[in-house]
Structures are given as structure tokens and as C-alpha cells.
Design a protein around this ligand. Structure first.
Ligand code: BGC
Length: 789
């Protein structure tokens, strides 16, 4: 694979040719950031066109706009594409400005150095006059100084002499334009308030978001050296209403080398008074040293991050993919993010898919964070806690008690799921009832539990964790209804992780009943509430119970519900996805794929005036998420608590059953099956695991242009930690039961547990990692193994 170069110490992602068709994916895959600012890997000479899409995003910067869709006013909060800090280009003798589309490319290399988060590009090209030029570009978003963005170009005039004009700028003529399906939405989030220059050549642009009213001050300086000597003199500056550019001229002799450094600073009123942003940006720029000095500090900061998640393994190809996943998590959720109020947008702060809204995806990323960056894990819980009030209000609006978290949220914790979704195949809008995924609160409770188990951060629990957990538990108790005839509790009117089943045919209300995943997560939350409370000192417990007006009767009621929940089983004895799933029509996925390729099934069927809701086919793993989150024995115990004998072989059969009914149309699906199958069928687990690793890195993945898939990336790390290295936490104790796939060889992974740094080393005791496996990997990983720590 061209992109994975394990021979470079498993740190480098590289492309050796320019491919306009693939540029969108590469811009996301090679985006760089520091957890405060993330910048797509768009070419600095490009603008928003059919090939390129410059995107600069500030973590936590949302804006809400109203659009008219299907005759309704639809409010939609979106991450905001900020003014473009990158523009930097050149031309020779008044010819066209440099563009890859207009020159003959003699050689090309674009490289992402994961270790130091440096993106570089080398292009050797010949223009239409036969002038050959070597262009070397490097850029990074400083991990040492979170407000600084740095770009450097080196231009060598190989066989020509002539006048070189350099153009640099800040471009505020920007909209959120990346996702074609969102074209009907209003996309103008920015108002440019001022453009200008200061201290002669430094450019400045001040903008604000039109509804959330965040002020942002950009400033940039561009310095030019010819053969090492600084070019002095005033550039010609052209301020326009929404952008500002300046140009400089220099005469080059054949063989001359020009170095251009652009350093930009961005301050926003997200974390400082609006009136201070401009001055702060100017001061940061004045204090900023040159590109190389900034780069040294940036590299040192990344080295510290990598030190906290040291991972090595014999299999270098695998190692590279794991590191890529860690890299993307860290640049979207760095220690800087931990100091902010931000959740996890599924596509990172580097694409506009899902408008950057927050779903349940943090549950996939959380395990990596808790064991390596617990402060980042805690900040995700704080993000939820700050929205507890909104979740209580949402519950109350729907007639429930406690806290009901919205399926999709952004800045204020209100429900952001749009009422309609555009089907690009039919051009029609489809109702979207996925907001009924009430299960989102359960992962917040689950994350709190494991955060506390792993960190022993009882201060967090006392300050906010316990309150959050108990309010979520209270919601589960209030949404559960008692079925007198069955003497069981049921949950109606919800949607499980499978978003293809959101309503029963002919029902007057959307929602399905007794989704196994939802019901079990409710049971888990309710059954852990008491134990969580017990972790607090007596007085803190009493204070909290009083604050929440939580009585012993209510706690007892929770316990009863957690012992009498209803679960629905298929005729073959396996656990059903929800009540009525088995009565739906059988579905022939193979034939449909032959006819329609890999298009989304809900779109394909709607375009033929049918509906995916009528069929026994799930968009993604639903019930199997239980086996991804819990060990078989934990699940068996939870079912037994409810009077069901669900033994391990039945869980295995349940997995097989669900696999046969899943279309894997979310990148979260295969990673769930990888984790879930690990305990039952390692070969199947490994197959799904490897397929998940191809997400984003494979050029087949067209969706990546709209953003990377953070949860799938986090999921591969979680599967490594919990299913392959077997990290388990029980009653405050860490155990390791590794059962590694043969193909990984020896694995070393550092971790933090209760403030202690540990290093886990695992290998298959047979020593088989020393010899290449005789059997194909899938079969080989089935072999019995013993592991050592
Ligand atoms: C999946 C959700 C997921 C969302 C964002 C959707 O396609 O169905 O489970 O949270 O993508 O990743």
C-alpha cells in the first residue's frame, strides 16, 4: 500500500503521486491539529473548488442557522469553517498563479510524519514555458503554542531566471461547503468585520460567527529569504471586504532558492473577551520565533504526548495503523482540548460531516483516553455535565424524570438531530427519527463508571460524576413501563444503534419497543447506581441524595426494574434486536448489492418507494454492542439478574445471528463485531478488525473527504486494549488476560492506572511470533494460545 510506509519506523503516511480524485480524502486523512485548531491538508495555493477544500476549525466553535427545508424552518447548529489561514502561492513573470492542475508534475511526494505532526509536500514540476521548479512545503499546527499555525515553502528555480511574485493572504470568503448533501442548509456562518495590515506587512482579519457571536482574530506574517538573505521592503497589501492579500516581488537567477515562512496566529472569544482577541493575536505573532525554532518546540510537545501512549509491536504495518489512529485522536482531543468545553464530533474537527455534532461516539474513544490521557476523558464527562440542565429539561419536555441526553448535540446540549435527511438518490427528504436513540445517556454512565474505576478520581465523582450518573439512572427508571401481564418492565418508543429501524409499519408514532441493547444498558445503569453511590463518603452520599431528592423507595424501585426488564428472543433462542424484528420481511443483501453496489440501503429502498424499515437488515451492529462493551460472563450475570439463562454459547449464536442481518453501513459496525467476536471466534474478530483498520486509509473510502472516522479509530485501540491485550478492571483492580492475534507479534503498550505508569508487554508464549505463521492469519489466530504479561 503506497500510503503505509512501515519501513520508516512506522511513523509515516505517504503519497507518491498527485490524484485530484483522491485529494478530498487526503485533505482529511492528512489534516493536522493541536486539539485547539485543526487544519485540513488543502494545498496552500488552492481555494474551495471541485478538487480542494481548505478547512480551518476551532474546537468548540459552533454556530446556529435557520434553513427552510420541506416547508419547515429547521434550526441547525454546525461547526464553523473559519477563514483560511493558508493562502500562499507564486507565479513567474506575470504568468498564472501556481496550480498543480496547470503544470507538468515531474515528481510528487506528500508525507505526514505522525511522530512530529508535520505535513510536507515536495513537488518538482515544469511549467508551460519549460521552467523547472522544485517546491518544498512544510506545515504544522503548533502543539507547543496552541494559537500558532506555521507554513514554509522553499522554491528553487532550477533552470530559469526571472521575476517571482509571491502572494500570501487570509481569506474570509468562506462557507461550510464540504458536504454536498447539506447544500440546502444555510451555510454562511461568518461575518467578516475587518481586514487590514499592521507593522507594515502583517495581515489581519477579524470575523465573528453570526449567531453564536464568537469573535476571531487572525493575523499572519510572511517572511521571505533569497539564498538565505532576508528580503526587506514593503509588500503591496490589498485589503478587500472579506479577505486580505499581499504580494512581494523578487528577481531570481537560475539556481536561486527562496524560502517563505508564514506564521499565523488565531485567538477567539471562545475563551477570552472579544475585545482582547486582536491584541492577543498580535502579541503572539510578535513573540513568535522563526519556523524552525517553533518546529523544535512543537516536536518536543508531541514527543511528550507519544510518551504517554508508548506502543510498539513486531508487526510494523499494524503499528503504523494504530499510530495513525492515536495521532488523529490526539490532534482532536489533546491536553489543550481537556481545558475546553468540547465533545467528540464523529469526523473530528477536520471535516463537516454531521455538521460536527456530537453523538455517542465518545464511547469508542474513551477507553484509549482513560488509560493514557485521563484528563481528556474527564473533560468529555465535564462536557456532558455542563449540559445536564438541558438534558433534564429534555426529559421533562417528554414527560420523563432525570436526564435524557439528546442523540445529537453541539454547544448548548439541545437536540440537534435534523427532522429530515436528504436522499441524494431520489432527491427526496426522508423523515429522520434517529433522535429516539435514548441509549446515548447510557454510555455517559458507562464512561463515568470506568473512569472512576480506572482513575479512582473520587473528587470528580463527588463534584459531578455521581449526580450525572444518578440522573441518567433516574431517566431509565422513568422511561421503563410496567407490563402487568408479564410482570416485567419494558421500554417503548426508542431507537437502537441500528438507525434503519425507527418505527413500526402503520404505527401512529415512531420508535420501536424493547431494543435489547437499550434495555440491557438501562439494566446496567440502574444496577450500578447503588455501588457508585457507595464509593462516596457517607456525608457526600447524604448530601447528594438530598440535592436530588432521591429517596430509598426510588432506589429500591431502580433495583426492581433492573431485575425485571423484558428481553425478546428469536425463535432460534437468540436475543432479538427488538420486539418484532423477526416478523419483518427477510432480506437478500447479496442480490441487492449486485444490483445497487454499496449505496446505503435506506436510500436505495426509498428511491424505489420501499423502506428499509420493512426488512430484517440492520444498518450496523446493534445487539452485538453489548458484547463489545461487556465480557460474556458480565452479560450472563446481568441476564441472570433478570431471570434469563443466557449462557455463553447463546451469546455466540446471538452474534452469528446478528452478523447475518447486518449491512455494516456505519464504520462503527465492524469494529464492534471485531471486539464482540474476540471471545468466541478470534479469526472472525481479526477479519473485522483488519477491515476496520482500512477505514480512511483505503482510497476506496470516499466518505473520508467529509472527515475521518474517529470512533472507528478509537474502536481499534479499544479492541486492542480490552479484547486482545485483555485489560479488565474489576473492583478497582486491573487484570490483564491477553489473547493476541498471531499477526501482531509482541506488543508493548504503556498505560496509566490510578496514577501509576505501567508498561504492558504481551506475546504468545508459544514463541510463534518468531516464525511466520504457517496457516493464513485468520485460521492461525484461532489456535490456542497462552500469553504472558
Ligand atoms: C451511526 C451512529 C454514529 C454516527 C456518527 C451514524 O452513521 O449510525 O451510530 O454515532 O454515524 O459516527
Amino acid at each position: 500500500m503506497e500510503t503505509a510506509r512501515a519501513e520508516d519506523g512506522a511513523w509515516v503516511i505517504q503519497f507518491d503521486h498527485y490524484d485530484p480524485e483522491d485529494e478530498g480524502r487526503r485533505e482529511s486523512l492528512l489534516a493536522i491539529g493541536n486539539g485547539c485548531i485543526v487544519s485540513r491538508a488543502a494545498a496552500p495555493e488552492s481555494g474551495d473548488d471541485k478538487i480542494h477544500y481548505p478547512g480551518t476549525y476551532r474546537v468548540g466553535c459552533y454556530n446556529e442557522l435557520t434553513s427552510h427545508i420541506q416547508g419547515q424552518e429547521v434550526k441547525n447548529e454546525s461547526m464553523v469553517n473559519l477563514p483560511n489561514w493558508l493562502p500562499l502561492s507564486f507565479r513567474v513573470e506575470q504568468g498564472p498563479w501556481f496550480s498543480l492542475e496547470d503544470v507538468t508534475i515531474l515528481s510528487y511526494r506528500q508525507t505526514l510524519h505522525l511522530q512530529k505532526s508535520l505535513l510536507s509536500r515536495t513537488v518538482y514540476f515544469s511549467d508551460q514555458q519549460g521552467r523547472r521548479t522544485l517546491l518544498r512545503e512544510r506545515r504544522f499546527i503548533s502543539m507547543a503554542q496552541p494559537h500558532l499555525m506555521c507554513l514554509s515553502l522553499e522554491i528553487t528555480a532550477e533552470n530559469w531566471s526571472g521575476n517571482l511574485e509571491i502572494r500570501t493572504g487570509l481569506d474570509g470568503h468562506i462557507t461550510n461547503n464540504k458536504v454536498p448533501r447539506y447544500a440546502p442548509y444555510n451555510r454562511h456562518h461568518l461575518e467578516i468585520q475587518q481586514t487590514g495590515s499592521w507593522a507594515d506587512n502583517n495581515l489581519e482579519l477579524i470575523a465573528r460567527t453570526v449567531q453564536s457571536d464568537f469573535t476571531m482574530a487572525f493575523t499572519a506574517r510572511t517572511q521571505v529569504k533569497v539564498n538565505g538573505a532576508a528580503l526587506t521592503g514593503i509588500a503591496s497589501v490589498k485589503p478587500e471586504k472579506e479577505k486580505i492579500f499581499s504580494t512581494m516581488q523578487v528577481f531570481l537567477q537560475k539556481g536561486d532558492k527562496v524560502n517563505i515562512e508564514k506564521i499565523a496566529a488565531l485567538y477567539t472569544s471562545i475563551n477570552m473577551p472579544a475585545g482582547e482577541c486582536r491584541q492577543a493575536a498580535r502579541e503572539a505573532l510578535l513573540a513568535a520565533p522563526d519556523f524552525n525554532t517553533l518546529l523544535t518546540a512543537h516536536e518536543a510537545a508531541w514527543q511528550q504526548l507519544w510518551h504517554r501512549c508508548q506502543l510498539t509491536m513486531d508487526n510494523q504495518e499494524q503499528l503504523l495503523l494504530f499510530r495513525l489512529h492515536i495521532f488523529h485522536i490526539l490532534q482532536n482531543l489533546s491536553p489543550y482540548t481537556a481545558e475546553m468545553d468540547a465533545g467528540v464530533p464523529p469526523s473530528g474537527w477536520q471535516g463537516e460531516e454531521y455538521h460536527g455534532q456530537v453523538f455517542w461516539d465518545e464511547v469508542f474513544i474513551f477507553p484509549f483516553l482513560i488509560f493514557h490521557f485521563p484528563e481528556s476523558a474527564r473533560s468529555l464527562l465535564h462536557y456532558r455535565y455542563r449540559r445536564l440542565h438541558a438534558a433534564r429539561q429534555l426529559a421533562a419536555q417528554h414527560g420523563f424524570a432525570g436526564a435524557m441526553y439528546p442523540w445529537r448535540s453541539a454547544s448548548d446540549g439541545e437536540e440537534e438531530t435534523p427532522p429530515f435527511q436528504l436522499n441524494p438518490l431520489s432527491g427526496r427528504w426522508m423523515h429522520d427519527y434517529t433522535f429516539l436513540q435514548r441509549h446515548v445517556g447510557a454510555i455517559i454512565a458507562y464512561n463515568i463508571w470506568y473512569y472512576v474505576q480506572i482513575t479512582n478520581d473520587l473528587a470528580f465523582l463527588a463534584d459531578c460524576g455521581a449526580e450525572l450518573f444518578l440522573e441518567i439512572a433516574r431517566f431509565w427508571a422513568s422511561i421503563a413501563t410496567y407490563n402487568k401481564h408479564l410482570d416485567r418492565y419494558e421500554i417503548h418508543g426508542v431507537v437502537g444503534p441500528d438507525e434503519y429501524h425507527t418505527a413500526y409499519q402503520h404505527a401512529d408514532k415512531p420508535g420501536i419497543s424493547n431494543n435489547s441493547y437499550t434495555n440491557l444498558m438501562a439494566v446496567w445503569t440502574l444496577s450500578h447506581a447503588g455501588a457508585l453511590l457507595q464509593l462516596l463518603p457517607e456525608q457526600a452520599q447524604q448530601e447528594l441524595l438530598e440535592k436530588l431528592k432521591l429517596t430509598p423507595d426510588e432506589l429500591e424501585q431502580w433495583d426492581t426494574i433492573s431485575r425485571k426488564m423484558r428481553f425478546v428472543f428469536n425463535s432460534d433462542g437468540t436475543l432479538s434486536q427488538f420486539e418484532g424484528f423477526e416478523e419483518l420481511q427477510k432480506f437478500d443483501l447479496y442480490t441487492l448489492r449486485q444490483k445497487h453496489g454499496t449505496e446505503r440501503l435506506d436510500w436505495v429502498l426509498e428511491s424505489t418507494h420501499d423502506s428499509v424499515q420493512h426488512y430484517q437488515i440492520s444498518k450496523q451492529a446493534d445487539t452485538p454492542v453489548l458484547l463489545y462493551l461487556f465480557r460474556p460472563e458480565e452479560l450472563t450475570a446481568l441476564f441472570r439478574r433478570n431471570g434469563y439463562e443466557v449462557k455463553e454459547d447463546l451469546l455466540h449464536r446471538t452474534l452469528e445471528h446478528h452478523l447475518a442481518h447486518t449491512a455494516h453501513e456505519s464504520t462503527l459496525s465492524k469494529v464492534v463485531f471485531a471486539g464482540a467476536f474476540a471471545a468466541f471466534d478470534p479469526a472472525v474478530s481479526w477479519t473485522f478488525f483488519k477491515e476496520t483498520q482500512q477505514v480512511d486509509i483505503s482510497s476506496e473510502d470516499k466518505g473520508t473527504a467529509e472527515g475521518i472516522h474517529m470512533a472507528a479509530m478509537g474502536g481499534t485501540l479499544a479492541v486492542l486494549q480490552h479484547h486482545y491485550l485483555g485489560w479488565q478492571v474489576q473492583d478497582g483492580k486491573l487484570e490483564m488476560h491477553p489473547d493476541l492475534p498471531q499477526a501482531l507479534g509482541r506488543v508493548y503498550f504503556s498505560l496509566q492506572f490510578r496514577n501509576k505508569e505501567l508498561l504492558c508487554q504481551a506475546e504468545r508464549a508459544s514463541g510463534a511470533w518468531e516464525k511466520p505463521p504457517v496457516l493464513p492469519e485468520e485460521v492461525a489466530s484461532k489456535e490456542s494460545s497462552e500469553s504472558s504479561i
